[in-house]
Design a protein around this ligand. Sequence first.
Ligand code: NAD
Length: 468
Amino acid sequence: MEEQVQVINRLRATFRSGVTIPEQFRRSQLIKLMAMIKDNEEQILKALHTDLSKPKFEAVLAEIDMVINELHYAITNLSSWMQPQYVDKNLATKLDECFVRREPLGLVLIIGPWNYPLQLLLVPLVAAVAAGNCVILKPSEISAATDALIAELLPKYLSQDCYAVVSGGAEETAALLKNRFDHIFYTGSQAVARLVLQAASVHLTPVTLELGGKCPCFIDDRVDVAAAARRLAWSKYYNAGQSCVAPDFLLCSAATRDALLPALRETLQEFYTQEPQKCADMSRIVSPRHWTRLMDLLKKTSGKVVIGGESDQDDKYIAPTVVVEVAEDDALMKEEIFGPILPIITVESVTEGIEFMNRQEKPLALYVFSDSSSVVKQFLEKTSSGGFCSNDGIIHMSLPSLPFGGVGASGWGSYHGRWGFETFSHQRACMLRGWALERLNGLRYPPYSENKLSWLRWTASPKSCALM
Ligand code: NAD
């Protein structure tokens, strides 16, 4: 097997050869990636089922189609994204060609997590390929079946000189991170993000961090409770709650909580039957370690389990669960839950809800369910989060024209669509000058004078542009 350093040197040499620069090359690789997904859909579904018991429906929507839609969007827009962007000029630069040129960064490393192991590795890959980079992919070892499948398929479809998969866990990733990359794109936990940042600081490598946190959801008194229960349950229990943008906890008044609980019970029966463990639409917890962490949280909570709570260690199963009477300092509120457990905390007003959210780290997504546009607007204006969605959960991240990423502790930078292309590109400021207007240029040369200075200040001011 090729050593990590050999893979890195080989890909770096390819990048220097310039082969990834032409639009035609990038487009052809994106088309091949599309073929890889389409030709192997059954195998992909099987791997995702092995890793997470992911239902076909969820795997198609949130993994396969997310990648295919990104590919379509990138292939359609690649040409316009690659065009130089001409910028405003002043009198002193009027005859120059002034533009921003998007250039590939070089060799980039993409490190993926296990919860959407295909989407969260390949959507960044689409952006990196579109931007003309060489790429090393490091899938999560925890979603082992998907990791193995991507490692097997990618070299069969994409240029092996430009793109490689390096598999492994913490040790192999730490070894990989000792090397110099031109960009690191990391999706995963905040704890590992700190290690990634430390490693990147040695080479001053720029880093995009796609992290998690506790995404809050406020449900207002003015809401259609049945519809809110359906949208909330869908976004919370999708992938058994193992989504970085899943609503982590709920804030609402005691009256809304009391109206919501029967609606949630009914919805969960409708979605997953009376025996969710036997329902094929309910995913499993990814590993025994992750199952134990979630069950420990349930053991430690001082709240009251009012829906679900059943579990089966051998099956890595936890029922869709709702916990009420949860205090702000409860065990369930100390870390991202990342599983099918929903704590409900009561707040008595919109203002209290906003203040509660603002005491937490800035989340990856923030949700408000309300019939009142003024309530939605208040949350939008008085809080901060990576993304915002009213009257639904998760769904905002399916639109490739919106940037996807966190703010503060939930992440740095963004991707999807053009935003990903920009993340994996260097915006090079270019000014192509000729030899004209030397008299005007001469104003800046010594010997200096007050007269020259005032002319020069005028030619360089934005106002001089308006006169042209
Ligand atoms: P993780 O940080 O444990 O693992 C992510 C990657 O880091 C894996 O490829 C893993 O092999 C590698 N890794 C693990 N330990 C390492 C170490 N000590 N040194 C170097 N590399 C190491 O994250 P996870 O458990 O796979 O994912 C869950 C977290 O990711 C949650 O916090 C979730 O919110 C977040 N997440 C964020 C997004 C997003 O788009 N913002 C998406 C999915 C998940």
